[in-house]
Design a protein around this ligand. Sequence first.
Ligand SMILES: [Zn+2]
Length: 179
Amino acid sequence: MIRIVILTLFLFLGSCSAVQKQMVNLSHSPYSWQIVDSPEAPTPIRVSQAITIFYRQWEKTFGDKEGRIKKNLDQLMIEWSSEEKAHETVVRNKKGQIVITRKIVKGATLCPTYVWLKTNQYKRVFASSLVHELVHVALWTQVCRGGDPDHEQGYPPCWTTQHNKFIRHVNKILLQLDI
Ligand SMILES: [Zn+2]
């Protein structure tokens, strides 16, 4: 039998807009939840199945010593948002001037147990950045501080082409299963 929802909490967050947010348990663990602010987020069943598939594939491909990644996935909080999020980077150029770059992001891993994601009309995990963010979670848990936010650039190299291949592989499985 499929366990749908253990507990549903209604939260009113945000002092200005008072958007109604709902916190729903993810059935793979009693300590894993998702927060939604619109019906556009994938269902908790799909998200839970996606996390389970991700973990099985990760363990098979990269391993999980002492089950630390599993532990974080079992305590994961995923926030789905219909509002865009911007990421700003501040760097100094060769002339010594400060350059601020503002980029709209589809997902962000804020810590190894908190992932933020932008919703879209498809309501499916494979159409979102969840698998990409879970790679950040896994890398952050294992060795890379911050989950290697610059991906394949920078040093030390954590995120490799193998991880990009892995994301495509997992999303393909999710697509086939309509998750
Ligand atoms: Zn990333």
